[in-house]
Design a protein around this ligand. Structure first.
Ligand code: LLP
Length: 385
């Protein structure tokens, strides 16, 4: 990913920073959108993965829609060129003000997560003399077999409406005159690498659609959410996921109503591999059992290892040392969980060496914090350097 010419540019750039390889981003988007076209699937990019304006402008150029979880994401999507008719707005806790702004923007659809929310949207739309389109986010009770913090489709999770309360929800929908029910929405979790999970989801969705058909309810849109995982261990070998296979599973196993449109909301799979966090070695410190590389980036820039014990490949991109040593790679934050990796094999590392934390384009910059009053890391696209 890093040519010697690029590394020279990195050496002249203040650290830490996010680097986005836009050639890879464009290739990924081209493959994803070609596969989506082939399978007639509408893609809404999940902004939560990365809402960097420059990245969004590139993504928007491929004609995809946007999946937002706050009104600020809706407004950011609008600023970056996404048409309101291609924006969906999800989330268990949309505030009245957020709903009001989104109703006025005329977004495509609110993905609703509770009966109460539906009634509130109806009331707000009435005030604005508008009709809001809604989809019901249904909790299908399907296990995504991923980290428990990013599993969302089980009854014990806070997300979505459970089927046992659906009769009541439909009664409420019938009474609400300022909403129209245009879809069903599902999302069971993130970083899903076992394609059987998606097959199970499809079969469950078929049962749920049958439940609606038995009541003579046929919605024109079906949204299967996001969650497609990537290979954190081999970011170069498997830089782009097999979108054709992923979309193909939906086409193979879902039974759609006549004319029903299929939607998905990938986030990570579109942007993770194009991003790397570049950090400088501040100190190398001898511990009792291992050596510590102390970087100038920490959990404030990339929180995934601290929060989910997730793996990001770490590379020393400036050392020419032949000898390899084991290091714990840590950040400067005053938390023991501020650790990117333990006992990592790296070429002998010295103060000033640059390390790259790979596959950081998704949920890296977008989850960064200013804890300890740290400055936000800057970000650069290939063409900026
Ligand atoms: N749609 C909905 C309703 C979602 O909740 C999410 C992610 C997505 C789409 C996009 O999922 P993706 O394709 O990116 O997996 N911070 C965690 C991931 C949290 C995902 C939350 N929802 C991480 O760093 O792994």
């Amino acid at each position: 990913m890093f040519s010697s010419e690029l590394i020279k540019k990195f050496e002249a750039t203040p650290t830490p920073f996010y680097y986005y390889d836009t050639e890879l981003l464009r290739k990924t988007l081209a493959q994803a959108t070609a596969a989506a076209r082939k399978h007639d699937i509408e893609v809404h990019y999940a902004l939560k993965a990365n809402a960097n304006e420059n990245i969004l402008k590139i993504i928007q150029g491929y004609g995809v829609g946007a999946d937002c979880v706050s009104v600020n994401e809706v407004l950011r999507a609008r600023e970056c060129g996404f048409a309101p008719g291609k924006i969906v707005f999800a989330g268990v806790g949309k505030s009245d003000e957020e709903i009001s702004i989104a109703v006025n923007e005329g977004i495509f659809c609110f993905n609703c997560e509770s009966l109460e929310e539906i009634e509130i949207i109806d009331g707000i739309a009435a005030k604005h003399k508008k009709k809001a389109q809604i989809a019901l986010r249904i909790n299908p009770n399907v296990n995504a077999h991923t980290h428990h913090y990013i599993t969302t489709g089980l009854e014990e999770n806070k997300f979505g409406i459970n089927m046992w309360e659906m009769e009541k929800v439909l009664d409420a929908v019938k009474k609400c005159k300022h909403i129209s029910l245009i879809g069903l929405h599902f999302h069971i979790g993130s970083q899903i690498t076992d394609m059987n999970v998606y097959k199970t989801l499809c079969l469950r969705v078929n049962e749920i659609q049958q439940w609606f058909a038995d009541r003579n309810i046929y919605v024109p849109n079906l949204n299967l959410g996001g969650g497609l995982g990537i290979d954190y261990y081999n970011p170069d070998k498997n830089a782009i996921v097999d979108f054709d296979k992923y979309f193909g599973i939906f086409r193979q196993f879902l039974k759609l109503n006549p004319g029903q449109k299929l939607h998905t909301e990938p986030g990570r799979a579109l942007v993770a591999q194009c991003g790397a966090l570049i950090a400088k070695t501040l100190y190398v410190k001898k511990g009792i059992q291992s050596n510590f590389i102390i970087l100038d980036a920490g959990m404030t820039e990339l929180i995934r290892p601290a929060l989910y014990q997730s793996y990001h490949k770490i590379e020393n991109i400036t050392s020419h040392a032949k000898e390899t040593l084991k290091y714990d790679v840590v950040g400067p934050i005053c938390e023991s969980s501020d650790c990117f990796g333990k006992a990592i094999d790296l070429p002998e590392t010295k103060r000033g060496d640059l390390l790259a934390l790979r596959s950081a384009g998704a949920y890296g910059e977008s989850m960064s914090l200013d804890y300890n009053l740290r400055d936000r890391a800057k970000s650069y696209l290939t063409e900026d350097l």
